[in-house]
Structures are given as structure tokens and as C-alpha cells.
Design a protein around this ligand. Structure first.
Ligand code: ADP
Length: 163
């Protein structure tokens, strides 16, 4: 049986922690859809198209993954695409309460839905997109934790901001 899972998130921008979760998910599921949330009310650093492209360029070599974007409720996206499993990354206990809330809320909206939590390598436990954005905005280098195209894109954003 084909087991498809969606990995939803903002990915603003994608980090090595996200890519670690994607690789692990690809080893478990027959197909993984990385779904970039386009939240119209939350200001993101990168546009949905930029975020999609930054992810896509790092998935070469993985055969069972594709990238998509969505807006609105995750459960509506899942119902429409006939997907019942969502993957979330769990870094530390501090993620748990928030993730529990989301998982139970989602299930109350779509009772067939299962949320599967995957843990990244311990190298990435303290890594988040918001930390990456913050460090990059002050010109800091985070190269061990982000793919090269993301480092370049962050530097470009900083230059645009400076003019
Ligand atoms: P959000 O959906 O809260 O904006 P993100 O888009 O950053 O979060 O992340 C999407 C998913 O990836 C979430 O489940 C988040 O917990 C997880 N995640 C984020 N950073 C990491 C990391 N360094 N290691 C593992 N999982 C992560």
C-alpha cells in the first residue's frame, strides 16, 4: 500500500534540521510532500515561491519527495489531496506542548488524521528558522546549519535591505 505523508511548515527558510526530517521521512513513507504554508497574515522573509525553490534545490537525489504550497487549513489540504499522515519535527520538550495542541486540534477537524513526530539529529536540536533569520540579519554566518543556497539567499536579502 502506498503511504503518503505531508510535511507542512513555513520553512522561512529551510534549514538542515528540516532537511534531516525530510530524509528520515523519505526512508519511512513511499511519498513525502513538503508543503510550504503561505500564511497571508504572517509576514515572511521569503516569498512562498522562493521558499519552495530553496527547498527543491536540496532534494536532488531523493526520489520519493515533492514540494507543494498551500494556504488555509492543513486539514483541508490533506482532505483535498487524500493524505492522512502529517509529519512534524520534534526538537525538544519545549516543542511538545505546541505540537500537541496542533495535533489534537487537527484531529478534531479531521478524525482520520495521524500526526507522526520525527526527531532530528542532535546537531539540529537548537536550530530554528527564526534563529537563522535573526543571526543572518546581523551578518552572522550559520553555514553549518543551512544549505549553501539558503546562505546565499540570506546574504542577498541583507544586501537588498541595505540599499
Ligand atoms: P512552523 O510550522 O512552526 O513555522 P517550521 O516551518 O520552522 O515551523 O517547521 C516545520 C516543522 O519542522 C515543525 O514541525 C518544526 O517543529 C520542525 N522543525 C523546525 N526546525 C527543526 C529542526 N531544527 N529539527 C527538526 N525539526 C524542525
Amino acid at each position: 500500500m502506498k503511504r503518503v505523508a505531508v510535511y507542512p511548515g513555513s520553512f522561512d527558510p529551510v534549514t538542515n534540521g528540516h532537511l534531516d526530517i525530510i530524509r528520515r521521512a523519505c526512508g519511512i513513507f513511499s511519498e513525502v510532500v513538503v508543503a510550504v504554508l503561505h500564511n497571508r497574515t504572517k509576514k515572511a522573509l521569503f516569498s512562498p515561491d522562493e521558499r519552495l525553490e530553496l527547498i527543491r534545490a536540496n532534494l536532488k537525489g531523493l526520489k520519493n519527495v515533492r514540494v507543494d504550497s498551500f494556504s488555509g487549513l492543513l486539514v483541508d489540504y490533506m482532505k483535498k489531496n487524500n493524505i492522512s499522515v502529517a509529519i512534524r519535527g520534534l526538537r525538544a520538550v519545549s516543542d511538545l506542548e505546541y505540537e500537541f495542541q496542533i495535533a489534537h486540534t487537527n484531529r478534531s477537524l479531521y478524525n482520520k488524521m495521524e500526526t507522526v513526530f520525527l526527531m532530528p539529529s542532535d546537531k539540529y536540536v537548537y536550530l530554528s528558522s527564526s534563529m537563522v533569520r535573526e543571526v543572518a540579519s546581523f551578518g552572522g554566518k550559520f553555514t553549518a546549519f543551512i544549505p549553501r543556497n539558503v546562505a546565499r539567499a540570506l546574504a542577498r536579502k541583507n544586501r537588498e535591505k541595505a540599499v
